[in-house]
Design a protein around this ligand. Structure first.
Ligand SMILES: [Fe+2]
Length: 285
């Protein structure tokens, strides 16, 4: 195999960006577009919360698989930053640019109502402190409480619709793939999808709902995730450059992993959109 050049990387990067930024789930997500309007009622917010909790909880499994299948120690540690943070290890601030893997970094608020503006967004789990309440799932449980959802209502496979479970299983299969090129493509796709604005659309809708009928609803989970995504996406650019020059890197597999993963993401949101349309039809009837 001929040695790859930085020109090859620039060309490949263009192909990847075109694939991700033109994918329907990034360009035109009907559900989040509607949700941003703020017209979701209590049942619709509950349904979103439950399905999101299933994805968010089962994502931990896919992240563990990604860590176990990592191609090298650096990506193993980058993956662990995200995994441990999801589980409740609070990020410890480090000196800026100290060479710490910054991907997935940030400080999880441990209390409800912590202002995401005042918790840092750079750091590492190395030497960080574990707190039960800092686990993202527990954070989502605290969001669910004021809308009547308890531990037993959220985060289990049994709570997922067929389309939600399809997405979760695609995460395990592609994002957690044993083939590093496929997994890296999926990872790039997931991070760039997440940075493309869906958190902001959900926050807009949830803010309207909170003001209208549930003032005690804590939005920290959503706001913090939105803040961290821009960094994640920026780090994937560095990771792509690193992966690209690995001798075993396979461009086609990377592109396929990215495309299939986005199809999985799309299935999740399309499922929510179909449920919404069916719900509204029942209510109009
Ligand atoms: Fe999370």
């Amino acid at each position: 195999m001929p040695v790859r050049t930085s020109g090859d990387l620039a060309r490949f990067r263009q192909r990847v960006e075109a694939l991700v930024h033109r994918h329907p789930v990034v360009v035109d997500n009907a559900y989040t577009g509607w949700f941003a309007s703020g017209s979701a009622d209590l049942d619709e917010v509950r349904h979103l919360t439950i399905q999101f909790s299933v994805f968010s909880h089962l994502f931990v499994e896919a992240q563990l698989r990604k860590v176990m299948n990592a191609a090298d120690i650096d990506s193993y540690r980058s993956g662990k930053e995200i995994l441990m943070n999801e589980l409740g290890v609070v990020f410890r601030p480090t000196r800026a640019g100290a060479g710490v893997p910054a991907r997935g970094s940030g400080v999880s608020p441990v209390e409800d109502g912590v202002d995401p503006d005042i918790v840092g967004t750079e750091g590492t789990v190395d030497g960080g402190r574990f707190r039960f309440t800092a686990a993202h799932f527990e954070w989502l449980l605290r969001f669910g409480a004021p809308i009547g959802l308890g531990f037993d209502d959220m985060g289990k496979r049994r709570h997922g619709t067929a389309s939600t479970l399809f997405f979760c299983d695609e995460l395990l299969r592609i994002y957690g793939s044993e083939d590093a090129s496929i997994a890296e493509g999926a990872s790039y796709a997931v991070e760039n999808w997440a940075a493309a604005g869906f958190w902001k659309e959900l926050i807009a809708g949830l803010t309207a709902f909170k003001e209208r009928e549930c003032p005690e609803l804590p939005l920290g989970f959503w706001i913090w995730h939105d803040k961290i995504e821009d960094q994640h996406a920026a780090h994937t650019a560095d990771e792509l450059a690193e992966a690209f020059f690995r001798p075993d890197f396979d461009e086609q597999k990377f592109l396929a992993g990215a495309a299939e993963m986005l199809d999985g993401v799309k299935a999740f949101w399309d499922g929510l959109e179909a449920d919404r349309l069916a719900y509204e039809e029942r209510h109009v009837a």
